[in-house]
Ligand binder design. Structure first.
Ligand code: GDD
Ligand code: MG
Length: 355
């Protein structure tokens, strides 16, 4: 079986971080998010992956190359302009054979049992199987209604709150039979959620929903992306023990006397933390960062090679790579600082601010 990973979106809700890296390549505890998805795919014995790309596609190829590091074969199919979630699948048709195939949204962190999902698809003789997860706020997702045999009766993408009749949403993984490709023309923009699934249901095609009960996170906005990093440390994933009782220190880390580290804290290679600094977890400080004297980093995420001056206060914020933050700067909750930004001494960046 082959897996297609949809990674062509522009990651607008994660800007300005996604001006530097496409959403699936943003780091989670030192590794690009997409690598976690690749490891899950590989764990279930699938060795051939097709990346369906557009925006900043070179970052994927630069990192994963032809896949041999992971023991996989990776193909890269690039769109000239976005073809939508279904047009992007049609665009990789040359790599699909007569077997069912998997399609992943490229921004979902989960521990789905792909083997069980594929077996379910076959047992049900389903034409399209959608993995489902329960959420509290379904109207920002694709909402799915099932009958008592888990057959899908209705799929509504981002419905109005008054039209929501189910808390089960599209979790961003499908098993598809290849004939779905006959529903589309090459080079035309189609949405699988708004056009293809509703049309298949209208025509009575058998589609089933597989209920996935465990950890699930769409990393598409600053809150959720920060939460995914923190959840990883807090051990919220079943197969990942996290760092609940600990502090991860990479190689060549220098921590001065009188530094407070409140677990869980993840510190990458070559990080320098100066006297009197406080790192309050769950916090992630990627490699090469420098934290100045008496600076507090609380529940925040710093990408690589960012330098913070002295006496700064960072609270639950996200800072890109290679930033230079002056002395006495404060950065509020869920503020997002893009890569390469310089912030002058004494600046106050309010909660939710974007720089
Ligand atoms: N190649 C390609 N081309 N990929 C695309 C395109 C495109 O034109 N448009 C979107 N994608 C990719 C994105 O990169 C992302 O990985 C995935 O398709 C889904 O797009 P998002 O923009 O993240 O959609 P969403 O989060 O609003 O909604 C989708 O995911 C939800 C689960 O998180 C839908 O599938 C919902 O139904 C679902 O509930
Ligand atoms: Mg998404």
């Amino acid at each position: 079986m082959k897996a297609v990973v949809l990674v062509g979106g522009e990651g607008t809700r994660l800007r300005p971080l996604t001006y530097d890296l496409p959403k699936p390549m943003v780091p989670i505890c030192g590794k690009p998010f997409a690598q976690y998805q690749m490891e899950l795919i590989k764990k279930h014995g699938i060795n051939e992956v097709i990346f369906s790309l557009g925006y900043k596609w070179n970052s994927f190829e630069d990192y994963f190359k032809e896949g041999s590091n992971l023991g996989m074969k990776i193909h890269y199919v690039v769109e000239e302009s976005p073809l939508g979630t279904a047009g992007a699948i049609k665009n990789v048709e040359d790599y699909i054979d007569n077997d069912a195939f998997l399609v992943f949204n490229g921004d979902i962190l989960s521990e789905m049992d792909l083997t069980d999902i594929i077996n379910f698809h076959k047992q049900k003789k389903s034409k399209s199987t959608i993995v489902l997860t329960p959420v509290d706020n379904p109207c920002i997702y694709g909402v799915v209604e099932l009958d008592e045999n888990q057959r899908i009766e209705m799929f509504t993408e981002k419905p109005k709150p008054e039209d929501v009749r189910s808390n089960q949403i599209n979790a961003g993984l499908y098993v598809l039979e290849p004939e779905i490709l006959n529903r589309m023309e090459r080079g035309v923009n189609y949405s699988i959620e708004r056009q293809i699934f509703p049309a298949m249901l209208e025509e009575g095609e058998p589609m089933y929903g597989y209920k996935y009960p465990d950890y699930w996170m769409d990393i598409g906005n600053p809150f959720k992306y920060l939460s995914a990093n923190q959840d990883m440390l807090l051990g919220k994933m079943k197969h990942n023990p996290g760092l609940v009782n600990g502090i991860h220190k990479g190689k060549n880390v220098t921590i001065a006397d009188g530094v407070t580290l409140e677990k869980p804290v993840w510190i990458g290679d070559d990080v320098i933390i100066k006297e009197g600094a406080k790192i309050i977890g769950p916090a992630v400080i990627n490699k090469g960062c420098k934290i100045g004297e008496s600076t507090t980093v609380e529940k925040a995420l710093l990408w690589e090679n960012t330098e913070l001056g002295s006496g700064c206060s960072l609270n639950s914020c996200l800072v890109g790579r290679g930033c230079k933050v002056g002395d006495g700067v404060s950065i509020g909750e869920l503020a997002v600082i893009g890569s390469g930004v310089t912030i002058e001494d004494g600046t106050c960046i309010e909660s939710g601010g974007k720089v």
